[in-house]
Design a protein around this ligand. Structure first.
Ligand code: ADP
Length: 395
């Protein structure tokens, strides 16, 4: 007897296939719900198949508003206009320009605002169909940090040039004023002698010597005015958070310090909080001191520990210190350390510390240097503490 014909396998297979598919779909959905990354899956026409909950939040759309639509709605120009062409080109040529490489592009939220994002694309082939999975990282914070850093850097660089100019003008004024005064005096003497002489030549000479004396005075005036202008500066003192000032300045100064293997530690007294300061100028001081410290420690042969500390110094003062474990101050310059043009560096201008002193003294503080017990140097300066009620000014 013939055996009973086996039941057609199709329905059973279809059933298990459907179940498997449903299970896979459920698994995918649960992944998309929980994955912390923004993830979008599209088909080869660029239509959104599904997206993660994080992607919904990031772009401000709900799933239903996006699924089935072209993914270019989530992009800003030029990718918005060219995405279809990118896909077509890839499917035709298989030339990878973004898949597996990743790049920074501009995303577009539902409200039309745009943001920088890093996009990595993976590819999936099922039977003869392609799917693409995009992983998206929002770079807004990172770029804000970078652009804020650039802004800080350019402010401090500008200020450092400005202060260097001021310091040079002031030194020049001091150095040049004396010979200029001597020239003017000699010329006046000559003028008086010439007054007693007669003749046409004496007249011409008297006129010339008089003009020369005027020019010498004029040169003195120019220098005096430059000095006054710089001394007036553009100092703008406000209530600032000292820990924030230190944090910003150290970020700036420490760029690149990792290569020098410097270990940085902070010992900030919470009571030394608000100070009265021109933010950029005090950052300038800190950057100068930190850079000097890093430079001296990168000479090698000793441990490289930089410590930034604050404390309440009594009265209405707070004290800030920058300490290093370098070789210490060269004895031959120790006495004139804060004078302009004093340097031991072949490419140094020797203006950094004199600028620091000018700034700190203009703030009503003091700056000095101590030898660090165990080797190295500690630069310390004081600033006026601000009363707590001014806090709202900085927030
Ligand atoms: P520059 O850095 O152009 O030399 P500065 O006024 O900043 O100008 O510094 C003057 C000199 O002080 C430096 O050349 C260096 O010899 C010395 N100096 C500054 N900071 C330190 C430090 N932390 N340790 C040892 N020497 C220092």
């Amino acid at each position: 007897m013939d055996p009973m014909p086996a039941p057609a396998p199709v329905p059973q297979d279809l059933e298990s296939l459907t179940a498997a598919l449903e299970a896979a779909e459920a698994r995918l959905q649960s992944i998309l719900q929980t994955v912390p990354d923004a993830m979008i899956i599209i088909d080869e026409q660029g239509r959104v198949e599904s997206l993660s909950a994080t992607a919904e939040r990031l772009f401000g759309y709900t799933k239903n508003e996006v699924v089935g639509r072209n993914v270019d709605m989530l992009m800003a120009s030029p990718h918005h206009d060219q995405h279809d062409a990118y896909l077509k080109r890839y499917l035709a040529t298989r030339e990878r320009r973004i898949i597996g490489i990743g790049r920074v592009v501009t995303g577009r939220r539902k409200d039309g605002t745009t943001f920088p994002m890093h996009l990595t694309v993976g590819e999936l082939q099922l039977a003869d169909r392609h799917y693409f999975t995009g992983f998206i990282r929002d770079l807004t914070d990172q770029q804000m940090t970078e652009s804020r850093l650039k802004e800080l850097q350019s402010e401090v660089t500008h200020m450092s040039r400005f202060m260097a100019l001021g310091e040079m003008a002031s030194t020049l004024a001091h150095e040049i004023n004396q010979p200029l005064t001597a020239i003017a005096n000699y010329l006046k003497g000559c003028g008086r002698l010439l007054e007693r002489m007669t003749g046409e030549q004496a007249l011409v000479l008297r006129d010339a010597v008089g003009k020369a004396a005027d020019q010498a005075l004029r040169a003195g005036d120019i220098i005096r005015r430059l000095r006054e202008f710089v001394a007036r500066g553009e100092s703008e003192r406000r209530i600032e958070s000292l820990p924030k000032l230190i944090e910003d300045a150290s970020t700036l100064a420490l760029i690149g310090a990792k290569e020098n293997a410097v270990t940085v530690s902070f010992r900030l007294d919470p009571a030394a909080d608000l100070v009265l300061a021109d933010r950029i100028q005090i950052q300038q001081v800190l950057v100068n001191l930190i850079r000097n410290a890093i430079e001296v420690m990168s000479e090698g042969g000793h441990s490289r520990q930089l410590e930034l500390a604050t404390l309440v110094a009594g009265g209405d003062l707070v004290e800030v210190s920058v300490s290093d474990t370098g070789v210490g101050i060269a004895p031959e310059i120790a006495a004139q350390l804060f004078q302009p043009f004093v340097t031991t560096k072949s490419k140094g201008m020797g203006l950094g510390l004199s600028i620091c002193r000018t700034i700190i003294e203009a703030h009503g503080g003091k700056i000095w240097v101590d030898t660090r017990p165990g080797g190295g140097t500690i630069f310390r300066f004081t600033l006026r503490a601000a009363k707590g009620e001014g806090r709202s000014l900085v927030e």
